[in-house]
Ligand binder design. Structure first.
Ligand code: HMG
Ligand code: MG
Length: 291
């Protein structure tokens, strides 16, 4: 029986948050509805961060209210603090079906924590404590992101032990699955391998995902080494959308369509209809004006 690799689509959030084009609400909804109809098991559909920091995600409440929920995909939203949680939950609690997963995020490097969250790593953990408790109290699931797992745009190379330490902090809050982010796409199979060895000391591979940006053209090589090291979940963005607005030089997550092609060529199954993903990639390219 071929083994399954889980592809976690983050284009509607990590992708669109960094696109210069002003994407309309109806286009966002059309893109997400197409993605969820493809058999993708998980899609991150927006974020409840400060709209002053990331204006592209300001309409995430309208997005979740306008989506179809006639599919099996798990939908998630990114939340940075209690204010974000309350904005999300006000809308979600009035909906019969909606996103059932909340993603929280911290950085493995102090420089990026300051730039992205305006606080230290320790302060970011304290901020997340009540968010995690609130998510658990209503029975939704959690996902944790760790950013700058190999390199930081401000502090330089990230020591693997620093990543393991913040992974442990998050797992102490709740044993949530973790997505390990090469935020600026500077990682190589060597640095990704060293980082994974350190993190695998504190969390099982079944709870780890690879989140690779393709700035340095190494994202697929990094997926390959992570697959060899036992990871079975990878984040991708359809058409290679996006990046991170607070990480200079971070365009483009690895493209979902390339990710699926790689893992399927290696004998894994994804359960995703590649023709639908190709259609979604075409729509995403048109939305950002590069069709
Ligand atoms: P702050 O300025 O320190 O926040 O930002 P504050 O608590 O001092 O509040 C300042 C103002 O923001 C106040 O409004 C608050 O009400 C408001 P004012 O009184 O000035 O009118 N505010 C909010 N408004 C709406 N929703 C909220 C919220 N919180 C405060 N949730 C904050 C702190 C965390 C809010 C800010 O730094 C922020 O939003 N950062 C998020 C940046 C971001 O979204 N980055 C991209 C996502 S992370 C990523 O892409 C990496 C990842 O993909 C993995 C990888 O690749 O590594 C996940
Ligand atoms: Mg990212």
């Amino acid at each position: 029986m071929p083994e399954t690799v889980t592809i976690y689509e983050v284009g509607p959030r990590d992708g669109l948050q960094n696109e210069a084009a002003n994407v309309s609400l109806s286009d966002k909804i059309a893109l997400i509805d197409l993605l969820t109809s493809s058999g993708l098991p998980a899609v991150e559909v927006g974020s409840f961060v400060s709209p002053k920091w990331v204006p592209q995600m300001a309409g995430s409440g309208d997005v979740i209210a306008g989506l179809r929920y006639d599919h099996a995909a798990r939908l998630s939203v990114l939340v940075p603090n209690m204010q974000g949680w309350e904005r999300f939950w006000n809308i979600r609690s009035a909906m019969e079906k909606g996103p059932d997963e909340v993603a929280v995020f911290i950085s493995a490097s102090e420089g990026f924590s300051r730039a992205n969250l305006n606080c230290t790593i320790a302060e970011s953990i304290d901020r997340l404590r009540p968010v995690v408790a609130a998510v658990q109290s209503v029975g939704l699931t959690l996902r944790g992101y760790v950013s700058c797992v190999t390199d930081c745009p401000f502090d330089g190379p990230t020591p693997p032990d620093a990543v393991a330490r913040v992974a442990e902090f998050l797992r102490d809050l709740s044993p949530m699955p973790l997505s390990l982010g090469d935020t600026i796409g500077k990682g190589t199979p060597e640095t990704v391998g060293a980082m994974l060895r350190a993190v695998q000391e504190v969390a099982p591979s079944t709870d780890l995902a690879g989140h690779f940006h393709d700035t340095g053209g190494q994202a697929l090589a990094n997926v390959a080494i992570a697959l060899d090291m036992g990871l079975r979940t990878f984040d991708g963005a359809v058409a290679g959308l996006g990046g991170c607005p607070y990480a200079p030089g971070a365009p483009g997550n690895v493209a979902t369509e390339a990710l699926i092609a790689l893992v399927e060529a290696r004998g894994f199954v994804t359960g995703i209809d590649r023709a639908v993903i190709a259609k979604a990639a075409k729509l995403a390219r048109a939305m950002r004006g590069s069709a």
